[in-house]
Ligand binder design. Sequence first.
Ligand code: GDP
Length: 283
Amino acid sequence: LAPILLHFLYSTATPYTTLPSVLLLGPPGAGKTTLTTLFERGPQQSSSSSSPVAKTHTSQVPSSVELSVNSDDPSTSYKTNLDDEGATAKKFLLVDTPGHPKLRAQSIAHLTSAEPTIKSSLVSDGGAKSKIKAVVFMVDAAALADGDALPSTAEYLYDILLRLQKRFHSRNGSRAPASMPVLVAANKLDLFTALPAALVKSNLEAELGRIRVARSKGLLDSGVGQDELAANEEGDWLGGDGSEKFSFAQMMEFDVDIDVIGGSVIGDGPGAEKWWKWIGERV
Ligand code: GDP
């Protein structure tokens, strides 16, 4: 029976291969898997006590879940069962990626092309690709408060944003690539030690600014000539030219639109509805 069932599953899965996806990135421990589980189980809250609790995502490949937003009203809670409400559902894949530093390159490799796609685990059988509509970069706002986590978190974000910036330069002809919305989800705001979203934003911006200066100095110190440096700056300098301070707003020039929104997945905090709405408006 199993092979028949599998065949059935795969053949009926074909219509889903064109579902768009939202890429969930961020350092390990930020709460990506917990969020994925929350959204996945959202509509079945009442019966959730009997369903198994998903384990944290320790695998080395992305895993995706299929989710639905109310296409008429993206602000509809993730807890709402859209079928019961008779609402029109828009489906998408939330792709949870491994945050381990050694696997990051793999996670963000998808972002370089003008039309970023991912071969998600859900659609890998047919080899179909899903279009990436948005990126959610989740951070642990409590870990950022003591400063230790800031450099590594910002390094990861730097690499992601730089790829998206290069994507802009790699466009064919005059046709600009579709803009890429990025949500920095400041998680764990239920903890009183967590930084508020505004501080998460300014701390990350300051650190990204330090990183870009350090990286360009590194090139200078290594004896790279001025011409090469100018050429390289075009590729590796994040954000606008000649700006002293880095800000997320500078990424608009490259059609990378960044929002920082605070929330929490567990505990008594602001919850995850604002992130859900942000995603729903972009898929
Ligand atoms: P991942 O590595 O990014 O997938 O992170 P996990 O989803 O495995 O979460 C790491 C840890 O953070 C787990 O112990 C979660 O229970 C915890 N966590 C996730 N979200 C929250 C939150 O909103 N508040 C608090 N206090 N802890 C959280």
